[in-house]
Write a protein that binds this ligand. Structure first.
Ligand code: GAR
Length: 190
């Protein structure tokens, strides 16, 4: 199973996937390409570390969505990778139907809350401010509805009395780092 990872930031979840692959915990999946819509993304440095091609792909002309010329560039570059699965690991752009049609049923996303609660930006902060006692993370198939596609799996995190937004954020991230590689391994049939 050939995996392409898209991300915009630190890349800690891409790292978790690559470390799982290195440790033989990614089933039949293997990462063949990393792409970022931000040239400064930490994710891109993982390419050299894990010997996987990594590249910035210009998402212009839009700021928060992937559509038009940028979408066409992503579709062409990803198609050339012949992926079986496209993993959005902190890719902070709205994905439009053109992209989803090109890769039907192959795009999954990680979100830092127990969907359908707290979709959109800052899922951890939204849950913290709302005062929930259990939050977590979700891996789901991507559909045109933002964070609304079929849920593949979730992991829960309890908000303890001593928690701060910072400690809760660290706990949710640690949970993501376990959940996402496990889901990929399962989807690969390995
Ligand atoms: C993760 O917490 C992921 O759930 C979130 O971005 C972070 C990326 O971190 N994604 C979203 O909020 C998508 N709506 P990373 O770059 O360290 O993997």
């Amino acid at each position: 199973m050939r995996i392409v990872i898209l991300g915009s930031g630190r890349g800690s979840n891409a790292r978790a996937i690559l470390e799982a692959q290195r440790a033989g915990r990614l089933g039949r999946a293997r990462v063949v390409q990393l792409f970022s819509d931000r040239p400064e993304a930490g994710l891109l440095a993982l390419g050299a570390e894990f010997a996987v091609p990594a590249a910035y792909l210009d998402p212009a002309p839009f700021k928060t969505k992937l559509e038009g010329e940028g979408e066409a560039r992503y579709i062409a570059a990803i198609t050339a990778c012949t992926p079986d699965l496209i993993v959005l690991a902190g890719f902070m752009r709205v994905i439009k139907p053109g992209f989803l049609t090109a890769f039907a049923g192959k795009v999954i996303n990680l979100h830092p809350s127990l969907l359908p609660s707290f979709p959109g930006l800052d899922g951890i902060g939204q849950a913290w401010r709302r005062g929930v006692k259990i939050t977590g993370c979700t891996v789901h198939y991507v559909t045109p509805e933002v964070d609304g596609g079929p849920i593949i799996d979730q992991a829960a995190v309890r908000v303890e009395p001593g928690d701060t937004l910072e400690t809760l954020t660290a706990k949710v991230h640690a949970t993501e780092h376990a959940l996402l590689p496990a889901v990929i391994a399962r989807l690969s049939g390995g």
